[in-house]
Design a protein around this ligand. Structure first.
Ligand SMILES: [Zn+2]
Length: 328
């Protein structure tokens, strides 16, 4: 604006115009958020709203918001729209009347899931995820092979699986698992010779037992049947050479290779009769070797100085036998 003066008595006497003075007419404009209290940037500066600005109508300004914005723990706000329909970051031209610009945000809550004990299973969704307020979220638990799902703790209860929860606030859920007790089935009675001779090794094996958890097994033989002559833990097929003649009750048990305290019952016993072996030589006094009863011929009828175990020999006693030597 500018001004000029004139004389009241002689109005035709008039000054020139003054120099101009610029006067800006401003209006208040409000920028806020829904929910209130979040942050916006106006013309590059950040404010916690609501904030009011005095702008000249027709002037241009930038409105922008960052998204998401953190609220209290487990809560955040995600930009959804401006009241004037503008983009998340946009420029406005101040209109001719006071105006309020509102940035609307959607409230989200976190759902954090966990597994107990660690490694006992999985839960879905896992970790921390964000959901819109009011959303129903399906949650499921899956046990590892040696565990069973036992229920929920935290913001879920019971043991329904899968189940769901309503995200009406930050949530924390733990899937609880219980270890399945391991048991080993009793092996079958050892299979092998029911008779034999001292000093000869015989093989025995069992139909394999099993772990309810599918774990690998190892086996132990009880060669006598009273727990006093135990094999090392090992394969389901082991050999034994008894050193003393007698009647034995061979039995076997199994245990988990991974959890060696988990042991099966003893199997039924297999009766094994072990005989002494006598060595008779053809050159022994009072002995004449006549040959094999089945007509076979194997030289002096002896193997390593002993009669073969699986064939019969005929001997002739040519004089009184004074004694026999036990081979072992
Ligand atoms: Zn095991």
């Amino acid at each position: 604006m500018r001004a000029q003066a004139r004389c009241k008595l002689h109005p035709e006497v008039m000054s020139g115009w003054s120099s101009a003075l610029s006067v800006a007419i401003t209006l208040p404009y409000t920028v806020t958020t829904s929910p209130a209290g979040l942050q916006i940037a106006v013309d590059g500066s950040t404010y916690t709203v609501p904030a009011t600005f005095n702008w000249v109508p027709g002037s241009t300004h930038t409105l922008s918001v960052s998204s998401p914005q953190d609220g209290s723990s487990g809560t955040r706000y995600v930009f959804s729209s401006w009241s004037d329909g503008g983009a998340q970051n946009h420029t406005i031209t101040a209109p001719s009347s006071s105006t309020t610009y509102t940035a609307s945000f959607t409230t989200q809550y976190s759902l954090t899931t966990a597994v107990n004990p660690a490694g006992a299973g999985t839960v879905s969704p896992s970790g921390t995820n964000w959901y819109v307020s009011g959303q129903s979220v399906s949650v499921s638990a899956m046990a590892s092979s040696d565990y069973s799902f036992s229920g929920w703790s935290g913001d879920l209860t019971g043991s329904a699986n899968p189940t769901s929860l309503i995200m009406n606030g930050p949530k924390s859920v733990t899937a609880q698992f219980t270890a399945i007790p391991e048991s080993i089935s009793t092996p079958g009675a050892p299979i092998g010779p029911s008779s034999g001779y001292v000093g000869t090794a015989y093989s025995y094996l069992t139909s394999e037992a099993s772990s309810n958890l599918g774990h690998p097994l190892e086996y132990q033989f009880d060669w006598k049947g009273d727990g006093t002559d135990l094999s090392l833990w090992g394969a389901a097929n082991q050999q034994k050479a008894w050193t003393v003649a007698g009647q034995y009750n061979v039995r076997i048990r199994a245990r988990c290779s991974l959890h060696t305290s988990v042991v099966s019952e003893w199997s039924l016993g297999t009766s094994v009769g072990i005989q002494r072996v006598f060595q008779i030589g053809c050159s022994d006094d009072g002995i004449q070797c006549l040959g094999r009863t089945d007509g076979g011929n194997d030289g002096n009828n002896l193997v390593n100085g002993k009669p073969k175990l699986d064939v019969e020999y005929e001997f002739k006693i040519t004089s009184r036998i004074l004694g026999a030597r036990q081979s072992m």
